[in-house]
Each structure stands twice: as C-alpha cells, then as structure tokens.
Design a protein around this ligand. Structure first.
Ligand code: ZN
Length: 96
C-alpha cells in the first residue's frame, strides 16, 4: 500500500504541510524583494511555511546577478578605448 501521508509540521508537530504556492518576500542588500507564486508547503494548522529549496536557489541566482557592484569592481572598472577610425568616419555635425 502506497503512503499518501503529507509531511508533518516541524513547528507544531500536529498539522501537515500542504503543497501550494505563496509570495516569497525578503530584503536583499537593502532592497525589498517580493516574488509571487513560489512553490511552498504550508501547515494546515499553524500556517508555518517552507519554500521550495530549488526555487530559492533560482531566486538567489537572479538577485545575485542584479546586486550592486562592489567598491573594488567600481575602482578597477575602465572605459573601453575609443576607436579613432569610428570617430573619423562619423558624418560631420550640422549646427543649427
Ligand atoms: Zn504546524
């Protein structure tokens, strides 16, 4: 016989975690982040909620790419060299 029992709640030890989705909210690097429809499990008694670990990994990967540059990156950043051939081939500007 296959077991259809849902996981029990780690907080209240009475309820069972039901699969669903919820809005994941947090503050990352001083920026409020709200992500709707994140897979989660919610206790049917105490409303304790756990979010899907793989979904949190994906959110972290996206937010990590959008984070501000570090001071070291800003100090070592350089403008790309200007190609003189491109400047010479531009049409002359017409003054109004
Ligand atoms: Zn519970």
């Amino acid at each position: 016989m296959a077991s259809t029992a849902t996981p029990s709640c780690p907080r209240c030890q009475i309820g069972h975690l039901q699969v669903g989705s919820a809005t994941y909210s947090c503050v990352q690097q001083g920026v409020f982040l709200s992500v709707p429809n994140v897979p989660s499990w919610t206790c049917d008694i105490c409303q304790y909620r756990e979010f899907d670990f793989d979904a949190l990994i994906r959110i972290e990967a996206l937010v990590g790419q959008l984070g501000p540059a570090s001071d070291a990156d800003l100090q070592t950043a350089k403008r790309p060299p200007v190609d003189n051939e491109v400047i010479d081939k531009r049409p002359p500007r017409i003054k109004p």
